[in-house]
Design a protein around this ligand. Structure first.
Ligand code: 13P
Length: 335
């Protein structure tokens, strides 16, 4: 089991974090169409390979989460997981099959993908994956997340985690409480704490080794339609309060999702969290949009400008790496 702990530390230790490049084909198609690029398998690979072959992969990225399509692809006859591991990063794989409507709860979701998971995990291990991701998704309103959503998603996250560890891979446990809505940050704190506590209750019940788990939570923020404006200091304080009260000490680290924050917000908030963090938890990043947005926009203007796109990505990854060590500043951002 210490092997899993070593993998977790390799992914998020030493100022490194995770590049979440595991958008499903549907989500990636929306991202590409937004910047007027055709969503072909070739274009999806071309953009992702541009990121995976960039310089910051060796210094700032400890792990890359892939989607099923990408982990099976090759670029110039080299397998994608090999390209990633040759850079010193760990290849990972999203293994859930998406959030579906939850029975008896009209607006909520339950994440599926447990059937046949043991066999799929064996296949992904053979392809080179050493960590996995499963995302549970929760909405906030007066009545939500409901007890059913909280307990069924926690149960699924724990069953998935136990199977991932059995297959020799670190599970990333991602209970994402969405930013959508007009709730306050205090409500986000209460609901997120309830969700995370239930996840660990289930993980412990199902004998998951917590030393070989990475938690991927949302930061504590006001809803995206809320009038409340809070400072980065307040975001950090509420987020640390939530995690210090809900996460068992055995967990090696936490890697936040960006969840719709801008690149700068996600960087600044992570930096402030680390400047204030007194716990032993590593607090790093597992960003999708907040690592890729500017690079994708730049790349969309000229799909062959590999160097230019990599420069944009390298800057973003460097900023996130500094933030994961509490060393980011507005000056260094502008350089
Ligand atoms: P964002 O950072 O864009 O929220 O994506 C992270 C992720 O992996 C969501 O599952």
């Amino acid at each position: 089991m210490s092997e899993l702990n070593n993998i977790a530390l390799k992914i998020i230790g030493n100022g490194k974090g995770i590049l979440a490049a595991d958008e499903s084909t549907g989500t990636m198609t929306k991202r590409l169409e937004n910047v007027k690029v055709k969503s072909s398998s070739e274009n999806r690979l071309k953009f992702r390979h541009t990121l995976f072959s960039s310089k910051s992969m060796t210094t700032c990225i400890g792990g890359v989460i892939l989607y099923d399509e990408t982990i099976k692809q090759e670029f110039d006859s080299r397998k994608i997981p090999k390209i990633i591991s040759d850079k010193g990063a760990v290849p990972g794989i999203k293994v859930d099959t998406g959030a579906k409507n939850l029975a008896n709860s009209s607006e909520e979701k339950i994440t599926e993908g447990l059937d046949g998971l043991r066999d799929r995990l064996k296949e992904y291990y053979k392809l080179g994956a050493r960590f996995t991701k499963w995302r549970g998704v929760y909405i906030i309103s007066n009545n939500y997340p409901s007890k059913i959503a909280i307990s069924t998603n926690a149960h699924a996250l724990a069953r998935y985690s136990a199977l991932a560890q059995e297959a020799g891979m670190v599970p990333i446990v991602e209970p994402e409480v969405l930013m959508d809505g007009n709730h306050t940050a205090e409500i986000c704190l209460t609901k997120t704490s309830e969700v995370i506590k239930k996840c660990f209750e289930e993980l412990i019940l199902q004998k998951v080794d917590l030393k070989g788990v990475i938690l991927k939570p949302n930061m504590i923020l006001p809803g995206s339609k809320s009038d409340q404006k809070i400072s980065s200091d307040e975001v950090a304080e509420l987020t640390l309060k939530c995690l210090n009260e809900s996460v068992p000490n055995e967990i090696p680290g936490i890697a936040f999702l960006s969840g719709g924050q801008t690149e700068i917000e996600a960087t600044k908030n992570l930096d402030t969290i680390n400047k204030k963090n007194k716990s032993a938890f590593i607090m790093s990043y597992s960003y999708g949009r907040a690592l890729q947005q500017s690079a994708l926009k730049y790349w969309s203007k000229n799909l062959d400008d590999v160097n230019g796109t990599q420069n944009v990505f390298n800057h973003r990854a460097n900023m996130c790496s500094l933030a994961s060590q509490g060393k980011w500043t507005e000056q260094v951002e502008k350089k």
